[in-house]
Design a protein around this ligand. Structure first.
Ligand SMILES: Cc1ncc(COP(=O)(O)O)c(C=O)c1O
Length: 411
């Protein structure tokens, strides 16, 4: 196989004529743990859940872990626990999944979008600084794809203005900033275990923190407003039911055991990929923050400079897919373009259809040019690819090089 071959899109052979690793991964460990829970008859919020909470918190380097139903409710729980209330403003990036912003609305607050940094692809601290008002109460940096936001700058900004930092670490299981785990750098951090995620039980979520009071509040909220040690039908605080089941925790315990090895494999393959793609004309490899000492890859992201490549990003993707590379444009478009925000000023207020109506918001003028550009230029390679054998990654690199070499003929 060489770059002089005809591109697959023009009838040549596919560079990647094999199957990529399937996801999710499971084995005897999941089966045995699941069966043990099944046969024990103890299916409800018990030893497995507590064991997983402790194990995951320790894995990230946090003192406490409070599990919940998913990464969305984990953010809601975090915002409530840090004290965000009706009418507060919370600064979020637009390059993320809807949950980062919808959780803010769910707790009655108003999401304010600040642009991302073109290298980290996460919240840009300078853009955040410009959006702070006297109503700002919290900032939610999202560690996109396992790349971390500039936590040093964001924490400094938050300290200056008395704001809480809630890390949306939904993709950052194992990522570290100068040796400290994602989710432990702000007031608290939240994670998702939904089925596409690098550690999964189909659904699930967790909040981690070093703050005992915050952990207790989060626990109470997730558990119908009960208090540790309180009577069963005493509900001291506002709560919901966000409890994880013993089945989920059993699967997650097995998944957590194999995560360190998977992280090593993904990091090694990502290094191969980075070396192989560096220097190809028309491709840009955004640099993660240099303080990152370990990186989980929920996806490998690079950007296409259409002018230099001489091919549109979308045609480039068609050509890569024809070569057998499961690359996509990614899921994200600027969040504020969603109808939820674009028509947020239109009433009447409604809990679902118009939750922000009447709150004085109008997102029509919001523009985050870096995010918009990244959405036009991004190429995402999903994490299961990074569990492949190194020779398969070499083929992927050849596929990209072939498409780049023949760009002019693929137009
Ligand atoms: C950045 C981010 N935050 C939050 C979530 C919400 O997680 P969940 O799907 O578990 O509710 C996701 C899920 O994809 C996400 O990608």
């Amino acid at each position: 196989m060489s770059t002089s071959e005809q591109p697959a899109l023009l009838g040549g052979p596919r560079a990647c004529d094999f199957d990529w690793p399937a996801w999710p991964v499971h084995g005897p460990a999941e089966r045995e743990r699941l069966l043990a829970v099944l046969e024990s008859g103890r299916w409800w919020y018990g030893e497995q859940v507590r064991t997983f909470e402790r194990a995951f918190a320790a894995f990230q380097g946090a003192r406490f872990g409070v599990s919940c139903t998913n990464g969305t409710t984990a953010i809601e729980m975090a915002l409530r626990a840090v004290g965000v209330i009706e009418g507060d403003e919370v600064i979020v990036p637009p390059y993320t999944f809807i949950a980062t912003a919808s959780a803010v609305i769910t707790v009655g607050a108003v999401p304010v979008f600040a642009d991302i940094d073109p290298e980290t692809l996460c919240l840009d601290p300078a853009a955040v600084a410009e959006r702070i008002t006297e109503r700002t109460r919290a900032i939610i940096p999202v560690h996109v794809g396992g790349r971390m936001a500039d936590m040093a700058a964001l924490n400094a900004l938050a300290a200056r203005h008395g704001l809480a930092v809630v890390e949306d670490a939904a993709h950052a299981w194992g990522s570290q900033w100068q040796g400290r785990g994602a989710g432990t750098l702000g007031a608290c951090g939240t994670f998702s275990f939904q089925v596409s995620k690098n550690i999964t039980a189909g659904e699930g979520g967790i909040l981690v923190t070093d703050n005992a009071e915050l952990a207790e509040l989060a626990r109470s909220f997730s558990h119908c407003g009960r208090r540790e040690g309180g009577a069963w039908y005493d509900h001291d605080w506002l709560g919901s039911n966000l409890r994880m089941t013993e089945f989920q925790a059993a699967v997650l315990l097995a998944q957590l055991e194999r995560l360190p090895d998977q992280i090593r494999r993904r990091e090694a393959n990502a290094r191969l990929l980075e070396r192989g793609l560096a220097g190809l004309p028309g491709l840009r490899l955004p640099r993660p923050a240099p303080e990152m000492t370990r990186r989980s890859y929920h996806m490998f992201i690079f950007r296409v400079d259409e002018g230099e490549l001489g091919l549109s990003r979308d045609r480039f993707l068609d050509a890569l897919q024809a070569e057998g590379v499961p690359a996509t444009e990614g899921w994200y478009r600027p969040l504020y373009r969603n109808r939820l925000f674009a028509e947020a000023h239109v009433g009447p207020p409604h809990g679902i259809r118009a939750p922000l109506a009447g709150k004085g918001v109008d997102y029509r003028a919001v523009a985050c040019p870096v995010c918009e550009r990244v959405c036009r230029e991004a190429v995402w390679i999903p994490h299961p690819v990074l569990l492949a054998e190194p020779w398969q990654i070499e083929r992927l690199i050849e596929a990209v090089a072939k498409v780049v070499t023949h760009a002019a003929r693929l137009r």
